[in-house]
Design a protein around this ligand. Structure first.
Ligand code: SAH
Length: 597
């Protein structure tokens, strides 16, 4: 899901064109200007903010609008063309397609594809593409340019009429319009060996080698990285010639394997023991000991061979350090690692905030966008824009364990999964249950997924901000739901909070049937606080029907409190002034020492 394209549309007239474009780009979503366009995947309020955000997130943009709008909006944030995404403008009626930015980061390619669909030529303006039908700084997938920093001057010299040699084989270059001559000063070299090139020489590597690794549990990353570095150096191979790091799925949660892959900028992919065992006849070092422990006769050699495919061969047989092994297999052409074995699954536990998307963190939005599966209570999933190709698992209220188990099982299959909660996912929500299930459930393979918890704005924080700053000094949160906690425990905590003079946020304060708890809680707090102590009654915070009322312990209308409400009861220090509720921290009366904002 990560290669999503954002189709940005500003007018209702452009929407049909945006839909046509979406239908031919997998994973693309329509982002629409909320005041003018309805029924889009993602609605936004401010054109500039949305375009700059997408651009900063590295998401390719197809703007169904004037090229000038995209240029003016993005001009202030342009920085490094080697890092930035593609930007293509498409006329509302489909009569023009203009790759504007990132021509060699996919914009020309994207423009050409859209041009084909719409039956118009893409207005490609980058010089190399026109002259030679190739982009030297944007080689085909599976190829890597080792020295992109030399590319600009190299291309300028070619355009100025210098000739060029080809060292090695590259069909995409041989079929291009570049005229190669053996006596030229400039050269394009294709090699598997480490080679940084220079201003006269562009160096390309083919990602046709598979690195297989094995290790003991908990090994230091440096031990594995050192072995790999020595092995590659000994074999005369550049790490840029590698397509991926491969291992057995038992190592899916091994930090050293992932750290190595990350350091090499490569995907880590895993095979099950049966797939590896099938390669035993081709192993240089089959081992009975490994078979007894893992279920296949080799890990690093077998994983490398599995990735290199049937026509692959072992380039480097298993080498060892004390606790790690590695091997390298070679394929005749580039290897597409993403199609091989499985990735480690990631379960991201996400909080949507209390309501409005404006209080949702960009990290939460990105995790939702990148997930292949969304799991959550139906009411929360409804707050998340639909995305093509994403599977939604909507659950009824309750069913918490089912939701969490579903999310863990999907992640264990190797998918990126987002488990959606309201507010903050760690506050009376699913994150703790995820860890509880991991510990208790009889599925050890669930533990191999990566678990990421992203913070969100809790109802208490939303309510506090709307009222002023009632949480300015020590506070606590207490849930009045006795579904999972005995009432005696809740009451004991209320008394302790009253004694400690904490500001108290009351979650799950009352339901239609459960009203007694709230009355008792107020009674306990009122026993230690003045009747005029401020109370914030915040209902449906961040939603259309939001209401925030400031009252006091004596006047609280308990009938107005329901399950969509969070209450904030002040401490003895909490005040109301000019309509705002706040709990001073003491700056006004004390010196500054030891207090920081
Ligand atoms: N994880 C959530 C809490 C879920 S428990 C969070 O961090 O906010 C559910 C309780 O949270 C509700 O009974 C209510 O007390 C409070 N709550 C959740 N959303 C709310 C909202 N928009 N306005 C007021 N209270 C809310």
């Amino acid at each position: 899901m990560t290669d999503t394209v954002a189709i940005v549309v500003l007018t209702e007239r452009g929407l049909a064109m945006a839909r046509r474009i979406r239908s031919c780009l997998t994973g693309a979503r329509i982002h629409g200007y909320s005041t003018r366009v309805s029924d889009v995947d993602v609605a936004f309020d401010d054109v500039g903010t949305e375009l700059r955000r997408l651009f900063a997130d590295g998401i390719d943009i197809v703007g169904v609008c004037a090229a000038g709008i995209l240029m003016r909006t993005l001009a202030p944030v342009l920085a490094d063309k080697r890092e930035e995404p593609a930007v293509v403008a498409v006329a509302e009626d489909g009569s023009a397609v203009v790759p504007l930015l990132g021509g060699h980061r996919g914009a020309n390619e994207l423009g050409r594809r859209l041009g084909e669909v719409l039956g118009v030529p893409a207005a490609v303006t980058t010089a190399g593409d026109i002259r030679w039908q190739v982009a030297l700084d944007d080689p085909p997938s599976g190829w890597v340019l080792a020295n992109p920093h030399h590319c600009k001057s190299f291309m300028a010299r070619l355009l100025a009429g210098e000739h060029c040699r080809l060292e090695g084989e590259a069909e995409w270059l041989e079929c291009s319009g570049i005229e190669f001559r053996t006596d030229a000063v400039l050269s394009v070299r294709v090699t598997d060996a480490p080679d940084g090139g220079d201003e006269d020489t562009l160096v390309y590597h083919r990602r046709r080698f598979a690195l297989g690794v094995g290790c003991e549990r908990g090994v230091a990353t440096s031990e594995l990285a050192d072995l790999v570095e020595r092995t590659l150096a000994g074999a005369g191979l550049s790490s840029r010639s590698l397509a991926g790091v491969f291992s057995v799925d038992l190592k899916m949660d091994e930090p050293a394997v992932h750290a190595l892959a990350e350091a090499l900028g490569l995907p880590a992919r895993f095979f099950g023991p049966p797939a590896l065992e099938a390669l035993t006849p081709r192993l240089a070092n089959p081992s009975e000991t490994v078979f007894r422990e893992v279920g296949c006769h080799g890990v690093s050699e077998a994983a490398a061979l599995a990735a290199a495919g049937e026509r692959g061969t072992l380039r480097v047989a298993k080498t060892k350090s004390k606790r790690t092994t590695c091997a390298v297999a070679e394929a005749p052409s580039p290897i597409d690692a993403m199609q091989l074995g499985r990735a480690r699954g990631v379960l991201t536990v996400v909080g949507l905030g209390p309501g409005t998307p404006a209080w949702r963190t960009p990290a939460a939005e990105a995790a939702i966008r990148d997930a292949a599966h969304l799991v959550g209570y139906r009411g929360y999933l409804d707050q998340v824009p639909a995305s093509a190709g994403q599977v939604r698992h909507a659950h009824a209220l309750g069913e918490e364990t089912e939701r969490v188990d579903r999310a863990l099982a999907l992640a264990a299959e190797g998918h990126p999964v987002a488990l959606i909660c309201s507010g903050d996912p760690g506050v009376y929500a699913m994150a703790a249950l995820v860890f509880e299930r991991l510990e208790a459930a009889a599925h050890p393979h669930w533990r191999q997924s990566e678990i990421v918890v992203l913070p969100g704005v809790s109802a208490m924080h939303g309510a506090a901000a709307l009222a002023g700053a009632p949480l300015g000094h020590d506070f606590c949160a207490i849930s009045l739901s006795d579904l999972l906690t005995p009432w005696a425990v809740i009451e004991q905590r209320l008394r302790a909070a009253a004694d400690g003079d904490f500001v108290v946020a009351l979650y799950n304060p009352a339901s239609n049937r459960r009203r007694r708890g709230l009355a008792r809680a107020i009674e306990i707090l009122a026993a230690k606080r003045a009747p005029a102590t401020p109370v914030v009654v915040a209902r449906a915070v961040g939603r259309d029907d939001q209401s925030v009322t400031v009252t006091c312990l004596r006047d609280l209308d308990q009938a107005s409190v329901d399950m969509m409400t969070v209450l904030i009861v002040g401490s003895t220090g909490t005040r109301v002034s000019g309509g705002y509720v706040y709990t001073p921290r003491g700056y006004g009366t004390k010196g500054e020492s030891g207090v920081s904002a």
